[in-house]
Design a protein around this ligand. Structure first.
Ligand code: ATP
Length: 327
């Protein structure tokens, strides 16, 4: 996107953010551009999933008032000494953006974050996509350095889930559960997803990119894009959510938990994790090469999932496994 397009879209959003009607003519005058250009810029935002409509004689209006991510506000909200948070408008994927920076040998401070208003290629696991409409959710990627090497990454993904659950409970009174190994649920529906990507040697330190997609306010048409039940914070919490505050809280909570993890590993989190386990003591099916049905008995000290079948109690490891409700 050119710099002019970006500036014009941000300016238009600045006016429309309050959810009131604004005529195309008036918007065009404010920006010093044509009405057609206004229509084109807004149409582009609509393509990125922003709920926006126009009514003849009245103009344009957002389906919901929005609050844009604001790099300056975020900086003011961050405690002194925090790692940088970079705000992007529309990006392919915040994980890709961090990865590119690592590959270009940019020096990143652990805890550095990139957030974006929308992703055009948001990713889940195994090539699945993460629906990332503009301006209402959180698409958040954080750089971290794992000194224990790749082997510890299993537990790390769980610790991130735990950090999100802690934060949403403490600050927004939302009771969440983790679906091993990477999804956050509230009211039995998917609220957030985690995608940890890493590069490095098996036994020496490695660079991690921790991607989090957290639904804050999903637009009405979202069910057309997602093939399973989902929810958002606007539905689950009675509190107003300020996304700029949420970004800072999430960075703080993550960094605190990750520091604890780097020092002591996953073992100290096992009990707490098991309290947040979506399938604790329920029948599950582990979607492996040969699916395994049994009762979920939580996780072990490395973060592997323990499943009790008629014949045995076994533990399974691996970031590519999936659990489904069984029975
Ligand atoms: P698994 O148990 O293997 O993690 P999953 O279907 O939850 O299964 P993920 O890779 O974690 O897979 O997440 C991608 C899936 O999440 C998509 O295929 C879609 O069903 C769902 N999804 C995509 N975007 C969103 C979103 N914004 N909110 C909630 N769910 C979403």
């Amino acid at each position: 996107m050119s710099k002019t397009s970006l500036l014009c879209q941000r300016q238009l959003l600045h006016y429309l953010a309050d959810g009131d009607f604004y005529s195309g003519q008036w918007l065009a005058e404010q920006l010093g551009i044509s009405r057609t250009a206004v229509a084109n810029y807004l149409n582009e935002l609509k393509q990125h999933g922003l709920g926006i409509f126009s009514v003849k004689g009245r103009g344009y209006k957002l389906a919901h008032a929005i609050q844009l991510l604001d790099a300056n506000k975020i900086k003011i909200l961050q405690p002194a000494g925090s790692a940088q948070i970079l705000v992007q408008h529309v990006t392919d994927s915040t994980n890709c953006q961090l990865l590119q920076r690592l590959q270009a040998a940019q020096v990143l401070e652990p805890g550095s974050v990139i957030v974006a208003e929308a992703q055009t290629a948001g990713r889940g696991r195994r090539g699945r996509s993460w629906y990332s409409p503009f301006g209402t959710n959180l698409y958040f990627s954080c750089y971290w350095r794992l000194e224990q090497g790749v082997a510890a990454a299993m537990g790390l993904s769980l610790v991130i889930g735990l950090a999100i659950c802690r934060l949403l409970k403490q600050q927004y009174q939302v009771e969440c559960k983790v679906k091993w190994p990477n999804d956050i649920y509230a009211s039995g529906k998917k609220l957030a997803g985690i995608l940890v990507e890493l590069s490095g040697q098996a036994d020496s330190g490695c660079d991690l990119i921790i991607g989090i997609g957290l639904n804050v306010g999903m637009p009405e048409q979202s069910q057309l894009h997602i093939d399973q039940p989902f929810t958002d914070l606007r539905t689950e919490s009675s509190q107003q959510i300020d996304r700029n505050v949420l970004v800072v809280q999430l960075q703080q909570q993550l960094v605190a938990v990750l520091q604890e993890f780097n020092q002591s590993g996953f073992a100290r989190f096992v009990n707490e994790f098991n309290q947040y386990d979506l399938y604790a003591n329920r029948e599950v099916c582990l979607m492996a090469k040969t699916p395994i049905s049994g009762i979920c008995r939580g996780v072990d000290k490395q973060g592997g999932i323990i499943i009790e079948t008629a014949d045995a109690i076994d533990t399974y490891y691996g970031g590519e496994l999936s659990l489904r409700a069984g029975g």
